[in-house]
Design a protein around this ligand. Structure first.
Ligand SMILES: [Zn+2]
Ligand SMILES: [Zn+2]
Length: 435
């Protein structure tokens, strides 16, 4: 048994090493076209739930590459249809591999100054999902052209609404596994400002934190600003609540469990001399365990109730605390055995010097949802370096970092980034479909 378990991955790597040159030239041939496609998608970003043009472009390209494509996949809880794209390529018996690329952009005004900058006011591909969508197209073409090197089924997923973390859920709610088959494993990549183009990195095990969205409404009794004694001031309650909330992480949570509680949005009041009736706060909580998630949820409820009690708010106006399940997402878990196989393939594709180990982060992703509850389907997401190598080295020498995702200046260097992304994803796919 021991020999078999060692021999199989080695064979997989040898097979992908044999086809590495082939993949390299296939990627090189289509690179100018892919860069043009990337620039077109970048210039026409679409917000979450609105990825109509991007989805249509992706579907058309995947169909041209020989995949069987279904559009308009995904159902949101309000019954509206999502712009998901599922593309299947069957190539004999073998495993089923899901490769996910997300398509949505962000409400940011682009300031990169590039010639292909966003033509849509206030919307920008600031998370690089344009790179991810283009990578799906490039990978589809390489896999279609290298059929003799692999067998099984490739299931490409153009995912809508990653930024609102309800896109993966919408696809599963539309029964994609029942309709298109349950994958044996799922992989994805995400571009990053943490490495230059040509390099990748990955984490084995828990890689990205869970995210829990919580809304809190502190209710008081409004009145004239000059007569606070006649009401219950929710603005003062909010002040106490904000400070108290930070003691959940520092005093209630196990210090060995990383967690974050951030209030990113507060609304209350209309005028300086009016005490309002209520203040609304939006919280995001990040943890790596269900236990941590529970401690934070309980802590938020208790803190809100305690602040209201101390202010003398009547029971009928107790704070309202709501956990938004549809805006929450579990830990992104990179299955260790699959991570080892993916890493070996990445080394075959890019060389050992260009594949690094990464650390877990507190940011969140909904890709883990494709693994189903309890990590039933092994998933792996790896980081894709996207920065101009010269600028990256200069920034590093100066002890700085280049602007990252979710900023108006995030600027992947298209050509070397796409070369590495398509090469990596294709090589990983061929290696995983070699058994
Ligand atoms: Zn993002
Ligand atoms: Zn992203």
């Amino acid at each position: 048994m021991k020999y078999i378990s060692i021999a199989v991955p080695v064979l997989g790597v040898l097979a992908c090493a044999a086809s590495a040159q082939n993949v390299d030239s296939l990627v090189g041939d289509q690179l100018p076209g892919l860069v043009a496609t990337y620039e077109d998608i970048h210039a026409h970003p679409e917000l979450s739930h609105h990825e109509k043009r991007t989805a249509a472009l992706l579907a058309a390209e995947l169909r041209k590459a020989g995949f069987s494509v279904t559009e308009g996949v995904g159902k949101y809880p309000d019954g509206s249809q999502a712009y998901g794209v599922i593309a299947i390529l069957q190539n004999g018996a073998g495993p089923r591999l899901l490769i996910r690329g997300d398509m949505d952009a962000l409400p940011i005004i682009e300031q990169t100054g590039v010639a292909y900058a966003s033509q849509i006011g206030g919307v920008m591909h600031a998370c690089g999902h344009d790179i991810h969508t283009t990578t799906l197209i490039g990978t589809a073409r390489v896999l279609a052209a290298t059929r003799k090197h692999w067998h099984g089924t490739v299931m490409l997923v153009g995912q809508p609404s990653e930024e609102t973390i309800d896109g993966a859920k919408a696809l599963l709610a539309d029964h994609i596994y029942e309709r298109f088959g349950t994958p044996d494993f799922a992989i994805a990549l995400h571009d990053s400002n943490g490495q230059p183009a040509g390099m990748v990195s990955l984490v084995s095990g828990p890689a990205q934190a869970s995210s829990t969205s919580i809304d809190v409404t502190l209710r008081g009794i409004g009145g004239h600003g000059a007569h606070p004694q006649a009401g219950k001031d929710p603005i003062v309650m909010a002040g106490e609540f904000i400070v108290q909330l930070q003691t959940i992480v520092s005093r209630q949570e196990d210090p060995s469990l990383p967690s974050v509680v951030t209030i990113g949005d507060i609304h209350g009041g209309t005028k300086r001399n009016i005490i309002p009736n209520e203040v609304k706060l939006e919280i995001t909580a990040r943890t790596y365990s269900d236990q941590g998630r529970q401690v934070i949820g309980d802590g938020v409820r208790r803190t809100a109730a305690g602040v209201a009690l101390a202010a003398g708010v009547p029971d009928s106006l107790a704070p309202v605390v709501t956990v938004l399940e549809n805006e929450s997402t579990p830990v992104m878990y990179n299955d260790p055995a699959l991570t080892a196989r993916v890493k070996a393939a990445l080394i075959a594709a890019l060389g050992a010097n260009n594949v690094a180990d990464a650390k877990p982060i507190m940011e969140s992703e909904d890709f883990g949802i494709f693994g189903l509850e309890g990590h039933k389907i092994p998933t792996v997401m790896f980081w894709l370096g996207a920065m101009d190598p010269v600028e990256f080295a200069a920034a590093q020498a100066a002890g700085k970092s280049l602007p990252g995702p979710h900023t108006s200046l995030f600027q992947p260097m298209a050509q070397p980034t796409l070369r590495a992304s398509v090469k990596s994803m294709s090589t990983v796919a061929i290696a995983l479909l070699n058994r």
